[in-house]
Design a protein around this ligand. Structure first.
Ligand code: ADP
Ligand code: ZN
Length: 763
C-alpha cells in the first residue's frame, strides 16, 4: 500500500515548461532536511563549486529561516527543477566526502518520519551514529603520558593540588590518555594539564587512534544437531521465503528451550551461504557473553552492536558492515539500521521486550522498522517469543503473518508447576514481612534438598515509601509527583525517575514532627529478611545498585553457578535468560507490582514476567517449581500464567482490548505537553485537543481524541505533564488530522511537546 506522505508533492514539481527545463539544465537543487520536528523537505540551490561534492546521504550546511541561521542538514535528493518564481537560498558547504547512508536507509528513515510523526532530519540525526558522522578513530589524537624523569620522583615535588591529581592519574594508568579522559579522571579543567606539559613533566604524543577490528576467531566445530519435526517445519517455511525473494513475517512461538535460536541459526547459515547478511536483534539485557559466543561459534564474521561502544568502535563496525565484511550483525534496537549491503534475513528474538521501542525522538519500534525494512528489501522477518505481544498475535490471527509453533522443549522437560499463593491473610505478611509462610517453607525444603533458590522482586532499594508516623504524609520528590525510595545502605532517599537524592528527613516535611517509617519492600530489605531467616545460607542480591562494577554481573552469576551462592535475589536483572539446572525453586515475592500499574498492558506485562521467571527453573531432571505471592489470585494474567497457557491468555486479553477499542485493534498516538507551570501545560493541551477534534470533524476522519488529562505521573523532572490520546483504525487517519493541525499550532514558548505513536509507556 502506498503510504500518504508527509512531504507534499507541490514542493518538488517535475512538470516544468520546456523553457524552464532548458533553463534548469544547468541548475541543480538539493533537497534538504534538518534536525527539527518539521514535516518538510527544503530546496536549496547548489552553487557551482559544490556540485561535484553534494549528493543524497551527505550532510550540508545551509542558511535557514528569517535570520539565515547556519544549520547542518542532510541532503536527501537532488533535482534539476524548482518551483518557478521562488528565489531559493544556496547551500554554503557540503560536509561529507561520502554518503553516510545509502538509498535503502534514506527511504527507511523517511518512512519512520511519516509513521512516527517526526522530522526526517531528526530520524537521520538519531540513526547515524555520532562516531560515523565524526569519522571517529580515523584522526590523529593527542595523548599524554608521564615524562620519564617525573616517574617515581613527582610525589616529592611541590605542585598545585590539581597538577598533582593529574600526575597521580597518569602514574596509575598503563596507557597514555586523551585530554578529556585525563581531565575527567583528575577532576580538573585542561589548565593544569597544559601547565604540566609546558613544564615538561608530561609529554603529549600524536597517535593514530586505530579502531578495534571485528575479531574473527574461526568458527568452532559444534556437535551436529538434528532438528526435530517442528523446528524443521519452521526452518522450511523461512527458507522458502528466503529462496523466493519475497517478504514474509513469521512469528516463531515457543517457550525458552524449545529450540528457536537453533532455527534462527540454520536459516542464517543458508542466507550467509548466498553471500548475504543477517541482522539479529535481541534485547540489550540479552547481549550476554553466552548469546554472543553462540553466534561466534557458528559464523566467522559476527559484529556485536551494544550500547557501551566507543564512537571509534561504532564507526569501525559501521564501516565493516557497509563493506559487506560482516555476516551476522547481533545487536540491540538500533542494529536494525545496520548498513548491510545485501541483507537476507532479520530476526528479532524476544520480540515482546519493551526495549525495542525507543523512548526518545524518533520514538520508533524496532519491530515495525524491521518489518518495513524487510518489505523494502523483500526478505523474511522472523519474530521469536514465548509470550508474543498481542500486536503480533493479532496479525497471526488475521493471517497477515505466518505462525510457526514449537510446542515442546527440546529435551522434553516439562514446564515447572506454578503455585499461586494468596497472601491476603498471610500472618507473616501482616506482621510486616515480605516472605509468607508458604514461600518460607518451600525455601527451607529446597535448601534442605541441596537445591538453589531464586527470589524475584522488581524494585530496588529498601522501601518504596517513607511515611510520617504522625500524619501519614509520604515523602515526595521535589521535582516529580512520586514518592522517594529509601536506600538504607546508602542512607539516602532517591527518586527513581529523576535521580534526585535526599538525606533522610529528621522531621516530617508536612507536620514537622519527628519519626518516619518505611513501607513496602525493595530488594535491599528483602535481602535483610532472607539473611535473618537463613543465617547459615549464602545469599546474593543482584540489582543495579549492587552490580555497578564492571564484571560484577558475570562474577555473581559464576558464584551462583558454582553453588557458592544458594539464594539469588534480585530485580528483573535475574528474570531473563539464566539457566541453572540446580535451581529448584523460584519465588515471585510480589506478582502485583506490575499488575497495579494504571496501564493498558499491565496484564500482558504480568503474564510475560511470570512466564519468564518460571523459565528459570525446571531446567534439569531435578525438576523445580514456582511460587507466586499475590493478593489478586483470580486475576486472569496470574491464572493463565500458572497454567502456562499463552493461547488462553491471548484470547481472553484480545477480547478485552476489542471491547475497549484499544490497541492492537486501534492505533494510538499519545501527545504529552510539559511545562514548569501547570496552567501553561493545561491550557496548551486543551487548545491542541480542541484543534484536533475540529480537524477530525472537518477532515471526516474517524479519530477519537481522548483527554486532555494530567499524566499518571503528573509532574516529572520539575515539569507538569498533560497528555491526550488519539485513536483510529489506521495511522493514516491520525496523520491526516495531525498534519492539518501542526502548522496552525504554535506552542507557547515555555511548553514542550512529545508525540509518541504506538506508545508503550502511559506514565
Ligand atoms: P530457545 O532459543 O527456544 O531458548 P535453543 O535454540 O537455545 O532454544 O535450544 C535450547 C537448547 O537445546 C540449546 O542448547 C540447543 O543447542 C539445544 N537444541 C536445539 N535444538 C535441538 C535439537 N533439535 N536437538 C537437540 N538439541 C537441540
Ligand atoms: Zn524526581
Amino acid at each position: 500500500m502506498q503510504q500518504p506522505s508527509l512531504f507534499s508533492p507541490a514542493e518538488l514539481p517535475d512538470n516544468l515548461t520546456p523553457w524552464e527545463q532548458a533553463d534548469a539544465a544547468d541548475r541543480l537543487f538539493a533537497e534538504v532536511v534538518f534536525n527539527r520536528p518539521l514535516p518538510a523537505v527544503f530546496l536549496y540551490q547548489v552553487p557551482p563549486d559544490l556540485r561535484d561534492r553534494v549528493g543524497p546521504g551527505r550532510r550540508i550546511e545551509a542558511p535557514f529561516g528569517a535570520g539565515n541561521e547556519r544549520l547542518i542538514g542532510y541532503c536527501v535528493g537532488l533535482t534539476r527543477s524548482a518551483p518557478p518564481g521562488r528565489s531559493l537560498k544556496a547551500l554554503t558547504a557540503v560536509l561529507d566526502t561520502r554518503p553516510l547512508v545509502d538509498e535503502h536507509l534514506l527511504q527507511l528513515t523517511r518512512w519512520i518520519a511519516d509513521r512516527y510523526l517526526c522530522g526526517w532530519g531528526q530520524v537521520l540525526e538519531a540513526v547515524i551514529p555520532a562516531g560515523v558522522k565524526s569519522r571517529a578513530g580515523t584522526r590523529n589524537v593527542v595523548r599524554f603520558h608521564l615524562a620519564d624523569h617525573a616517574r617515581g620522583s613527582w610525589p616529592e615535588w611541590r605542585l598545585p593540588p590539581k597538577q598533582r591529581a593529574v600526575l597521580a592519574v597518569l602514574a596509575g594508568s598503563t596507557e597514555p590518555m586523551a585530554i578529556d579522559q585525563l581531565s575527567q579522571a583528575a577532576n580538573c579543567g585542561v589548565g593544569p594539564i597544559h601547565a604540566l606539559r609546558d613544564r615538561g613533566l608530561i609529554i603529549a604524543e600524536r597517535v593514530r587512534a586505530a579502531p578495534r577490528q571485528v575479531p574473527e576467531p574461526p568458527p568452532e566445530p559444534v556437535p551436529a544437531i538434528t532438528l526435530n519435526a517442528e523446528q524443521q517445519r519452521a526452518l522450511t517455511a523461512i527458507l522458502n521465503a528466503v529462496r523466493s525473494s519475497r517478504h514474509a513475517t513469521f512469528l516463531l512461538h515457543g517457550v525458552t528451550g524449545s529450540g528457536k535460536t537453533e532455527v534462527y541459526i540454520r536459516a542464517i547459515e543458508e542466507v550467509v551461504s548466498y553471500g548475504r547478511q543477517a541482522i539479529v536483534l535481541v534485547p540489550e539485557i540479552s547481549l550476554t557473553p553466552q548469546t554472543i559466543r553462540r553466534f561466534r561459534r557458528r559464523f566467522s564474521a559476527v559484529a556485536v552492536l551494544h550500547s557501551h561502544m566507543t564512537d571509534a568502535e561504532r564507526h569501525a563496525h559501521w564501516q565493516q558492515i557497509a563493506e559487506g565484511r560482516v555476516q551476522v550483525v547481533v545487536g540491540a534496537r538500533s542494529a536494525v539500521f545496520a548498513p548491510t549491503p545485501h541483507l537476507g534475513l532479520i530476526v528479532i528474538d524476544e520480540e515482546h521486550e519493551t526495549s525495542f521501542k525507543q523512548e526518545s525522538t524518533p520514538r520508533y519500534h524496532a519491530r515495525e522498522v524491521a518489518r518495513r525494512r524487510a518489505e523494502m528489501e523483500r526478505i523474511p522477518l522472523v519474530l521469536g517469543s514465548a509470550t508474543p505481544t498481542l500486536e503480533s498475535w493479532l496479525r497471526v490471527q488475521r493471517r497477515q503473518d505466518g505462525l510457526l509453533s514449537l510446542r515442546h522443549r527440546v529435551a522434553e522437560l516439562p514446564l515447572p508447576p506454578v503455585v499461586i499463593v494468596d497472601v491476603r491473610h498471610d500472618p507473616q505478611l501482616e506482621s510486616g514481612r515480605a516472605i509468607g509462610r508458604a514461600l518460607q517453607s518451600a525455601m527451607q525444603q529446597a535448601l534442605r534438598n541441596d537445591g538453589q533458590v531464586i527470589l524475584f522482586l522488581n524494585l530496588r532499594g529498601y522501601a518504596p515509601v517513607l511515611l510520617c508516623r504522625s500524619c501519614g504524609h509520604a515523602v515526595r520528590c521535589p521535582d516529580c509527583d512520586l514518592t522517594l525510595t529509601w536506600h538504607k545502605q546508602r542512607g539516602k532517599a532517591l527518586c527513581h525517575t529523576c535521580g534526585h537524592e535526599a538525606d533522610l528527613p529528621q522531621w516530617c516535611p508536612k507536620c514537622h514532627r519527628p519519626g518516619l517509617r518505611s513501607l513496602g519492600w525493595g530488594t535491599e530489605r528483602l535481602e535483610q529478611e532472607v539473611r535473618r531467616l537463613f543465617p547459615q545460607v549464602s545469599a546474593l542480591r543482584m540489582d543495579s545498585d549492587t552490580m555497578q562494577a564492571r564484571g560484577s554481573h558475570a562474577q555473581a552469576l559464576e558464584a551462583f553457578r558454582r553453588g557458592d551462592v544458594r539464594i539469588l535475589l534480585g530485580t528483573q536483572m535475574i528474570a531473563k535468560g539464566l539457566d541453572f539446572p540446580n535451581v529448584t525453586l523460584v519465588g515471585v515475592v510480589d506478582a502485583d507490582t506490575a499488575l497495579r500499574q494504571p496501564d493498558l498492558r499491565a496484564r500482558e506485562r504480568t503474564f510475560q514476567l511470570l512466564a519468564q521467571v518460571a523459565g528459570r527453573t525446571g531446567r534439569s531432571r531435578r525438576g523445580g517449581r514456582v511460587l507466586v505471592q499475590t493478593t489478586c489470585p483470580d486475576d486472569p494474567a496470574i491464572r493463565y500464567a500458572s497454567r502456562h497457557d499463552y493461547l488462553g491468555f491471548a484470547a481472553d486479553e484480545l477480547r478485552q482490548r476489542q471491547t475497549l477499542r484499544a490497541p492492537p485493534f486501534q492505533t494510538a498516538a499519545r501527545v504529552i505537553l510539559r511545562s514548569p507551570r501547570e496552567a501553561d501545560a493545561a491550557r496548551e493541551a486543551n487548545r491542541l485537543a480542541e484543534l484536533l477534534r475540529t480537524s477530525a470533524a472537518t477532515q471526516r476522519q474517524t479519530v477519537r481524541v481522548l483527554g486532555p488529562a494530567p499524566c499518571p505521573v503528573a509532574r516529572s523532572h520539575g515539569q507538569f505533564r498533560y497528555h491526550l490520546q488519539l485513536l483510529a483504525d489506521e495511522i493514516e487517519a491520525i496523520r491526516t488530522v495531525w498534519l492539518s493541525v501542526q502548522p496552525r499550532f504554535t506552542l507557547h514558548k515555555d511548553v514542550d511537546m512529545v508525540v509518541d505513536v504506538d506508545p508503550l509507556s502511559s506514565r
